[in-house]
Design a protein around this ligand. Structure first.
Ligand code: NFE
Ligand code: MG
Length: 495
């Protein structure tokens, strides 16, 4: 049989955050190569150079409107590391509450407003049309319920934003983050107004979100076998539980770690590097972020992304809910995760390995949402009125600092170098840089590219399976200058 070769390009990839182009080379209906490219230049790392280090907390939040909270926390932690201070327990707890609220908002956003339209068909009115035609399989009553829940999810996300803003002053782009803790003085009404919002959120997660994910997963169960990914997982952990200055030793509710070939191991941040062979940059490849540089070269030949390619010890890792939940489950470190995952596996008649998939990512994200909601309920009750929330600081003339944290989409790192009391270098490696990375210098594809390769494409004129794979990672490629490269082969409009 002669080989039938087709090139598929989806650009822009819609219903994600930011600007992404995907390309797939298909031979005899199977993807044999994939390219995932961020098409907008950001340049924030250069904007930060020369500024007062305290500006980093506000400026890095402008990376993105979906996840400003983790950027505020990671940059505050980088400053604390550089200043040699740690937040008091109250400051730590309030940060955890803000971050938890942001997870809930982000996970509900991802399922209902970004991904669910891959599986249910809204009515023939805006914003549900135009839509792409796919194998929509849900019975009418279920489909109608999902449409209703899609609308309700907007109202419920507002509650999650409010829950964050009660402690943050505003959301998005929070105001109360400071090196050494937070600047909000907690009062009893912060606690009471948080609790009723969290109660509404928890009811939605338990009675709507989790059941909807189970329904969709049981109807589209073949998607437990599609989009597996690299199977290496990495997490910097979530929710600080003590004031250990060394972040790699700090106790976290979801622990820091990485998993390769089924074994969980520790993380040495020095082994994180970013390759730029296929990225529009002209700096040295394979640098640790401590010495990383950002120098754009849009005319670079063969490059196809504004994302660098982060690797740990030269290996690509998937980050996000899958990493956090599977490692918590495998290490048996969290009884709630163990129970929820076991129940989910039994309900859907799947095994743990099936979680490495499109549908697995949706399922673990919903489980994590429930775990986080329960955990911040406890944390709200731990806030102490009239106790300190922040530790004083002095900006040193010369210092280095690193903040490692987990945003909703995965491991997030900020690295700062201070000289003459100003920012001399700032590097961020964000979750989507890991997941949507281009190939590295050795030609190894990034996690989303890897998940696309091997996929069967029924109709190369309507490659909806690829869109479902990409969206399951919840990618976010935030804003800057639009640069496109390459020859247009075919155009797809995906709503
Ligand atoms: Ni712009 Fe973000 C999250 C961070 S993704 S949404 O979650 O950090 O790379
Ligand atoms: Mg960066």
């Amino acid at each position: 049989m002669s080989t039938v070769r087709t090139n598929i390009v989806i650009d822009p990839m819609t219903r994600i955050e930011g600007h992404l182009k995907i390309e797939a080379t298909v031979e005899n209906r199977k993807v044999v190569d994939a390219k995932v490219g961020g098409t907008l230049y950001r340049g924030f790392e250069q904007i930060l150079v020369g500024r007062n280090p305290l500006d980093a907390i506000q400026i890095t939040q402008r990376f993105c409107g979906v996840c400003p909270t983790p950027h505020a926390i990671a940059s505050a932690q980088a400053l604390e590391n550089a200043f040699g201070i740690m937040p008091p327990p109250n400051g730590r707890t309030i940060r955890n509450i803000m971050q938890g609220a942001n997870y809930i908002q982000s996970h509900i956003l991802h399922f209902y407003h970004l991904a669910a339209l891959d599986f249910f068909k809204g009515p023939d009115v805006s914003p549900f049309v135009p839509r792409y035609e796919a194998d929509y399989r849900l019975p009418k009553a279920v489909n109608d319920a999902l449409t209703y829940h899609y609308i309700r999810a907007y109202q419920i996300r507002l509650k999650a934003h409010e829950l964050c803003a009660i402690w943050a002053g505003k959301m998005p782009h929070i105001a109360s983050m400071a090196p050494g803790g937070v600047s909000i003085i907690p009062r009893i009404d912060n606690i009471t107004t948080s609790l009723w919002r969290l109660k509404e959120l928890t009811e939605f997660i338990e009675n709507v979100y989790l059941p909807d994910v189970i329904t969709v997963a049981s109807v589209y169960c073949d998607y437990f076998n599609i989009g597996m990914g690299v199977k290496n997982l990495l997490s910097f952990g979530l929710f600080d539980l003590d004031a250990e200055p060394d972040v790699t030793k700090r106790k976290r509710y979801f622990p820091m770690g990485r998993m390769t070939n089924g074994t969980i191991e520790t993380i040495d941040p020095k082994k994180i590097t970013e390759d730029i062979r296929w990225s529009w940059y002209n700096t040295a490849s394979g640098k640790n972020p401590v010495e990383g540089e950002t120098s754009p070269k849009p005319e670079k030949k063969d490059a196809y992304s504004w994302l660098k390619a982060p690797r740990y010890d030269s290996v690509p890792y998937e980050v996000g809910p899958l990493a956090r939940v599977v490692m918590a489950y495998d290490s048996k470190s969290n009884q709630k995760v163990t129970k929820l995952v076991d129940d989910m596996l039994a309900t859907l008649s799947i095994n743990k390995d099936d979680l490495y998939s499109v549908m697995g990512r949706h399922v673990v994200r919903a489980i994590e949402c429930k775990v986080v909601a329960d955990e911040i309920q406890d944390m709200i009750m731990q806030v102490k009125l009239e106790q300190p929330v922040c530790t004083d600081h002095t900006i040193p003339e010369k210092a280095e600092g690193m903040g490692l944290w987990c945003a909703a989409r995965g491991a997030l790192g900020h690295w700062i170098e201070i000289k003459n009391g100003k920012i001399a270098r700032y590097q961020a490696v964000v979750p989507t840089t890991w997941n949507a990375s281009p190939k590295d210098d050795k030609g190894k594809p990034g996690p989303i590219e890897h998940a696309m390769i091997g996929t069967e494409i029924e109709d190369t004129d309507n490659p909806f399976a690829l869109a479902r794979i990409v969206r399951s990672f919840d990618p976010c490629i935030a804003c800057a200058v639009h640069v496109l490269d390459g020859k247009q082969v075919k155009q797809f409009k995906i709503m």
